[in-house]
Design a binder for this molecule. Structure first.
Ligand code: ZN
Length: 274
C-alpha cells in the first residue's frame, strides 16, 4: 500500500491529529530558529518586584534603588550594619554576648520588601534567571571572606524538600559565586540528617533547637572539608541558627574556619526600650 493510500485508510480523527502534530512541530522548529535576541524583544523581562519591563537584570532601576546594600561600617564578626563608624574591628553587642560557631557573616542586602521578592521568586517561582545577579552582588559583599577561602558549601535542603522544589537555591547562588571567584563548590558536604520545621514563625531559641544536630558531614566528604577554610552560602540569614548548626557540623569535621555569605539578612533597625 502506498503512503497516500495508508493515510487515506486511517480514520479522519487520526489524520487530523497527525496534521496538527506536524503543524505544531513545524511551529516549534521555526520558534527554535528565532534568535534569542528576537524573542527577548518580543517578550521583555519584567521586574520581579513591580513587573515593569527591564533590560535583563531582574529588578528595574526604581526597585534597585529601594534595595539596601550593606556597606561599612558594620560589625566585623556578624556584618550587622552600624549607624555610625565606631572604628575598625568593632563588634556588635550580639557578637560579644553570644558569639556564633562561624567566624564572620556578610550579606549583600538587608532583607526588606524588594529583597524578599527576589528571594521568594528564586526559591518558589523557579526564577533561576535571578541567581546570576544575586550571586554577583554576594560575591562583591563577601569579597574579603572569599579572598581568604578554600571552598564554598551551600546550605542543603532536606531531601524531601529538595525533591518537591527540584533544586536548591543556595546551591544555585554558590555556583554563581564559584564562577565569579573560581573557588570550588564542595557538593553534598553537608547532609540534613533529620527534617526540620520551617524556621518562619519560630522564636530565636525555638529556631536554634529546631536545627540543633540537624546537619552532618558524611564520612566520604570529611577529607574534602578537613583543614579547609569554608564559606557557607545561603539565601537569607534571620536568627543565624541554621548557618550556626551547619558551621558546628563543619568544625566537627575539622574545617579550619567557617564564614557565612548570604544574599539578604534581617537587620533590627530599631529596638524600643523595655
Ligand atoms: Zn521594579
Amino acid at each position: 500500500m502506498s503512503e497516500l493510500e495508508q493515510t487515506a485508510s486511517r480514520p479522519l480523527s487520526d489524520r487530523l491529529q497527525g496534521g496538527l502534530f506536524r503543524a505544531l512541530k513545524g511551529c516549534r522548529d521555526v520558534c527554535l530558529a528565532i534568535p534569542r535576541t528576537a524573542l527577548d524583544i518580543a517578550l521583555p523581562t519584567l521586574c520581579v518586584s513591580c513587573h515593569a519591563p527591564v533590560a535583563g537584570e531582574g529588578v528595574c532601576a526604581a526597585c534597585w534603588a529601594k534595595l539596601s546594600f550593606i556597606a561599612p561600617p558594620f560589625c566585623a564578626r556578624l556584618g550587622i550594619p552600624f549607624v555610625y563608624d565606631p572604628g575598625p574591628g568593632f563588634l556588635s553587642m550580639e557578637a560579644i554576648a553570644k558569639p556564633p560557631a562561624y567566624q564572620r557573616a556578610r550579606a549583600a542586602v538587608r532583607y526588606d520588601d524588594v529583597a524578599r521578592t527576589l528571594v521568594h521568586a528564586l526559591k518558589y517561582q523557579d526564577r533561576t534567571d535571578l541567581a546570576p545577579t544575586m550571586g554577583r552582588w554576594m560575591a562583591r559583599a563577601g569579597h574579603e571572606l572569599l579572598s581568604e577561602a578554600d571552598a564554598l558549601i551551600p546550605v542543603p535542603l532536606h531531601w524531601r524538600r529538595s525533591w518537591s522544589r527540584r533544586y536548591n537555591q543556595s546551591g544555585a547562588l554558590a555556583n554563581i559565586i564559584s564562577r565569579e571567584t573560581r573557588l570550588p563548590v564542595i557538593g553534598n558536604a553537608l547532609q540534613r540528617v533529620r527534617p526540620t520545621l520551617q524556621q518562619i514563625g519560630l522564636s530565636k531559641s525555638e529556631r536554634a533547637l529546631n536545627v540543633q544536630g540537624a546537619f552532618k558531614v558524611p564520612l566520604e566528604k570529611k577529607s574534602s572539608v578537613q583543614g579547609r577554610r569554608i564559606v557557607l552560602v545561603d539565601d537569607v540569614l534571620t536568627s543565624g541558627a541554621t548557618v550556626d548548626a551547619c558551621a558546628r557540623a563543619l568544625l566537627r569535621a575539622r574545617a579550619a574556619q567557617v564564614d557565612v555569605l548570604v544574599f539578604a539578612r534581617v537587620v533590627d533597625t530599631f529596638k524600643p526600650p523595655i
